[in-house]
Design a protein around this ligand. Structure first.
Ligand code: OVV
Length: 395
């Protein structure tokens, strides 16, 4: 078995984070698994090997953290997530509690209201013709529906996006990006903790439903609070930037927008293709529970391994013309929402948000183009947008 090629590429330096796609060929072409000397961890960037690692949760474990820090050796940044940062059997118990709360059935009742919200926002933006798809749309729409779905208190919701950015920065090293959001994370974390308490959740929301599982004896009161925290950590910055990337894709590939307008039934595929084309969650780590061979390269036990989801989703070994956004593409097997037992549990929320938003755009907008260069907001884990200038013409 071979040793991993040693690379000097730093996936957490600002040049890499600003444009990860410019560096993925070097990671993928160096070998099926590489050694990143900058952080003393292994890296996997090819689709087949990333997907296999995600499937193999017994060797590639999550319980020692899914960031660079190894919880067996270092203090976690916050009490670990009971879903993301656990392995079976704990994970299976908490996941089944959450799977019973986050259901398609419980979303059926909100669809009409979400569509009306999306239409109202898009109508106003269409009248303006020019807008910023990040601050005027991608941040506004999820914030107008998701906190109410959970049943969050009204006061303090401005902490949600900063808390998410800090959480996703904390999966990386303690670099300047981490320090920047961590400096202001304490008040956000305090608000999040109080928002997750039973007494602060509105009856009928998904947060309340998690406490009903506690009432049935399926988890403790403390576990319920931390499970609600997962909704707030993972549910907003992800969908905000996912919607941003969907708009970016459609504005950058106008032929695909035209195709979608002609065939609105392709809306669901457009979201999966945008998750493949520009994956908001670019990376997650695993830790090896024992020695393992990856494409002929040996990774020792107790190694931190960074999985490059965004690179896997544009691996030419897997996808034809991978840089092309194409809504008719068969996207099955993309890892933009992960793969295996930890695959995104709230994906039905992301799907419904984007579905109603696309429905509103299709009915109100004829053309949609970039009106200036998109600006990135650097984050250790998320490929995120700061600004996305758009110009539209109405139908
Ligand atoms: C997928 C994800 C990202 C960030 C936080 C969590 C999950 C969580 O469970 O807290």
């Amino acid at each position: 078995m071979g040793t991993a090629p040693c690379l000097s590429i730093d996936p957490f330096d600002e040049a890499f984070l600003a444009d990860p796609y410019a560096h993925h060929d070097a990671l993928r072409d160096a070998g099926p698994a590489v050694w990143l000397e900058a952080w003393h961890c292994f890296g996997i960037a090819r689709h087949a090997e990333v997907q296999s690692a995600l499937k193999d949760h017994e060797i590639f474990v999550s319980g020692r953290g899914v960031g660079l820090a190894d919880f067996a050796r270092e203090q976690p940044w916050r009490p670990p997530s009971l879903l993301l940062e656990t392995d079976p059997p704990i994970h299976d118990r908490t996941r089944s509690i959450m799977n019973k709360v986050a259901t398609l059935a419980s979303l059926r009742g909100v669809r009409a209201a979400w569509l009306a919200k999306a239409e109202a926002i898009v109508e106003e933006l269409t009248e303006r013709r020019t807008f910023d798809a990040v601050t005027d749309l991608a941040e506004i729409f999820p914030l107008s529906v998701f906190p109410d779905l959970i049943g969050l208190m009204d006061e303090g919701r401005e902490h949600l996006l900063p808390y998410g950015m800090a959480t996703f920065n904390a999966f990386g090293p303690r670099n300047a990006l981490f320090e920047e959001t961590n400096a202001t994370a304490a008040p956000a974390a305090a608000w999040i903790a109080s928002a997750c308490e039973r007494s602060n959740l509105k009856p009928g929301g998904w947060g309340w439903a998690v406490y009903e599982a506690a009432d049935r004896g399926e988890c403790s009161e403390e576990e319920a609070a931390r499970l609600v925290r997962s909704f707030l950590s993972a549910g907003l910055d992800t969908t905000v930037n996912g919607i941003g990337h969907l708009i970016l894709a459609l504005a950058t590939f106008p032929d695909q927008w035209d195709k979608l307008r002609a065939r609105p039934e392709l809306a669901k595929r457009a979201l999966d293709e945008s998750l493949r084309w520009d994956s908001t969650a670019q990376t997650f780590f695993r830790t090896t529970s024992r020695q393992v061979e990856v494409g002929g390269v040996t990774i020792p036990a107790d190694s931190k391994v960074i999985l490059f989801l965004g690179a896997a989703n544009r691996d030419p070994r897997k996808w034809d013309n991978p840089d092309q956004f194409s809504i008719e593409r068969a996207t099955s097997g993309h890892v933009g929402l992960g793969f295996g037992i930890h695959q995104c549990l709230g994906q039905m929320v992301a799907r419904l948000e984007s579905e109603v938003l696309l429905e509103a755009l299709i009915s109100l907008v004829r053309s949609m183009r970039l009106n200036g260069p998109p600006l990135r907001r650097l984050n250790n884990t998320l490929h995120a947008l700061e600004s996305l200038p758009i110009v539209v013409t109405p139908n």
